[in-house]
Write a protein that binds this ligand. Structure first.
Ligand code: ZN
Length: 83
C-alpha cells in the first residue's frame, strides 16, 4: 500500500524517511537519479519510494526517455543536516 506525497508515492516507512529530508534536498535527489538508457544523471518522475535495508529507494521514470530510473538515498548512513 502506498501513500501519496507531493509528486510521488511512498510506503509508510519510506514516507517517514522522505518526510525527514528537507525540501531542497528532496529536489536535489529527484534531479540526481540514474537512467541506464541515457547513461547519465537524470530527473526522475512518477516515482515511488520503498525502504530496503534502512535505505530509501526511489524508483520511477526518466524524465527524458521514459525508461526506468532509480536513486538510492542512504538514509541508514547519512544524518539530516541542520543548517
Ligand atoms: Zn533516460
Amino acid at each position: 500500500m502506498f501513500l501519496r506525497m507531493s509528486d510521488g508515492k511512498f510506503t509508510t516507512q519510506a514516507a517517514i524517511l522522505w518526510g525527514a529530508i528537507p525540501l531542497e534536498a528532496q529536489k536535489r535527489i529527484l534531479k540526481n537519479a540514474f537512467c541506464a538508457k541515457c547513461n547519465v544523471v537524470v530527473e526522475i518522475v512518477d516515482y515511488y519510494g520503498t525502504v530496503e535495508n534502512g535505505d530509501l529507494m526511489i524508483d520511477g521514470t526518466c524524465a527524458f526517455c521514459g525508461h526506468a530510473a532509480a536513486r538510492v538515498v542512504e538514509t541508514s548512513k547519512i544524518r539530516i543536516e541542520n543548517n
